[in-house]
Design a binder for this molecule. Structure first.
Ligand code: ADP
Length: 476
């Protein structure tokens, strides 16, 4: 089966969150099952510089509206995945984040940048394509490629089926009415059961409305987004499409996230021999200028600092975190108030709290290995990857029981299976109570080893998810 996987992020080259990780690991797992998967992604500088010899294989043209003729270049990664790089330097040859300008604002032409990505995906899945390789499935991911399903809907002739995967419903790709024409969509697409969304055009809604099937990244989130509480204004449509909506739990790339071989770590360790984890804690404390305390647990956060992640609940605990007692390490960036708040906390408790603002892959690995407890108080969480990384590294997660967190973390109250701590209400009191339970448990080595053993033994590999995606493609 031939599948075109369309994405706006690809780890390690372009990553702002979980989508980047999924896009690099899932196609490899699908290929392992014998599927012919190619990945379509904008030719950002961060990718192109790794493939200076990329050769053009097609020039999609007459795409409609203001969409330019672009160049498709094909390269093969070390994993054996073929990438189709969508090259149009005026759109993609820009510094920094794929979505934001250096001042942190959305690029003003994002509708064209990701409209072109979507349109070329549809072109590849239609009779118009000049390529020999014809995908049977166009697998779109998040709003940036959501419009592909609408283009496919309005294109004449034979065409591929589409699967639209939601990694986060909060980002909906909403633009003004006038963009309809720039994007080369027909006037008839502007309808309540089309791409119109409260008087605007939404890429995400286009994907939900027009894709052959929809999936999201955990069974629990698939259920939650059909409720008015977590449906982000799309619940009605998702309920309407519920027969075509499923949840497939993300895996993790166990080759990259493995404490037995992770080259970022001070010392390797495993479930059988977890003692060397202590050396990673000491190295992390040294690197971050924290006191070398062995007598108190080290809490960690690695996250986008966004409302979704509930880190304001943690910040509002302030000194209570240190009084648990515990140390705290934060790595993240985003909301300026949260950045400033955590930095102030670190200034107040220099021996106990370290805050690094920015995106740092190496430090993320070292934190996962060196910390004792990983904190994810998310308000909503489609799947969440970091609780999976932390469990694999013997770092016990404390999470809010929402979305994929509820699907993957089992509270310590379950003696046979417990691998973390789960709390309910999105309040700082509930978070504090869970942190108290976790730090108390940390003082009980037998209990702690048991939790670590359960977490480290969890099979989070992509194999199962890849089989589920393959079945879904087959059904389409
Ligand atoms: P989301 O996609 O909502 O951001 P996920 O938990 O699904 O959340 O995935 C986040 C991914 O991004 C994880 O791999 C996490 O380690 C990584 N990450 C987030 N912030 C940073 C950061 N500041 N530095 C390094 N890695 C980060």
């Amino acid at each position: 089966m031939k599948v075109l996987f369309v994405t706006s992020e690809l780890a390690p080259w372009v990553k702002t969150g979980g989508l980047g990780d999924v896009s690099s690991a899932l196609p490899v797992a699908l290929r392992g099952l014998g599927l012919d998967v190619r990945v379509l992604i904008p030719a950002y500088p961060g990718i192109l510089k790794n493939f200076p010899d990329a050769a053009e294989v097609a020039r999609p043209h007459w795409l409609g509206g203001a969409l330019p003729t672009a160049s498709l270049k094909e390269v093969s990664t070390a994993d054996g995945i073929n990438l189709l790089l969508l090259d149009y330097p005026p759109y993609y040859d820009r510094p920094g984040s794929p979505y934001l300008d250096p001042d942190g604002n959305d690029w003003p032409d994002n509708h064209l940048r990701f409209g072109l990505l979507s349109r070329v995906a549809a072109w590849l899945g239609s009779d118009a394509s000049t390529m020999d390789w014809k995908p049977e499935i166009i697998h779109c991911n998040d709003w940036q490629s959501g419009l592909a399903a609408a283009y496919l809907h309005y294109l004449p002739g034979g065409k591929a089926k589409s699967l639209f995967t939601l990694h986060n419903l909060a980002y909906q790709g909403v633009f003004g009415y006038e963009t309809l024409f720039e994007l080369g969509l027909p006037q008839e697409a502007w309808r309540f059961d089309g791409i119109e969304y409260h008087g605007k055009l939404s890429f995400l809604k286009a994907g939900l409305q027009h894709s052959t099937a929809i999936s999201t990244v955990s069974p629990n989130y698939a259920h939650e987004i059909q409720t008015d509480d977590l449906g982000m204004g799309m619940a009605d449509l998702l309920r309407y499409r519920s027969e075509h909506l499923s949840g497939i739990l993300n895996g993790i790339d166990t080759r990259i996230w493995d404490p037995e071989s992770d080259h970022y770590l001070q010392q390797h360790y495993s479930a059988r021999n977890p003692n060397a984890k202590a050396a990673n804690k000491a190295a992390l404390q040294l690197q971050l200028g924290l006191a070398p305390r062995k007598d108190i647990p080290l809490l960690a956060v690695i996250s986008r600092l966004a409302e979704q992640k509930g880190l304001d609940l943690l910040l509002s605990l302030g000194a209570k975190i240190m009084n648990l007692p515990a140390q705290l390490v934060v790595l993240g960036s985003g909301n300026v108030e949260l950045e400033q708040g955590f930095l102030a906390l670190a200034r107040q408790f220099p021996d106990l709290c370290s805050v690094s603002i920015g995106f740092d892959e190496a430090l993320a690995h070292r934190i996962d290995a060196g910390a004792d407890i990983f904190v994810m108080p998310s308000r909503f969480e489609p799947c969440g990857l970091n609780q999976l990384y932390s469990m694999r590294y013997g770092t016990i997660p404390v999470v809010r029981g929402t979305g994929g967190l509820a699907d993957t973390v089992i509270d310590a109250a379950d003696e046979k299976n417990g691998n973390g701590f789960v709390f309910g209400p999105a309040s700082s009191e509930a978070l504090l109570e869970a942190l108290q339970r976790a730090t108390t448990a940390w003082s009980d080595p037998t209990l702690w080893r048991r939790l670590q053993k359960h977490g480290m033994a969890r099979d989070s590999s992509w194999d199962k998810a890849a089989r589920q995606y393959a079945e879904l493609y087959q059904k389409l």
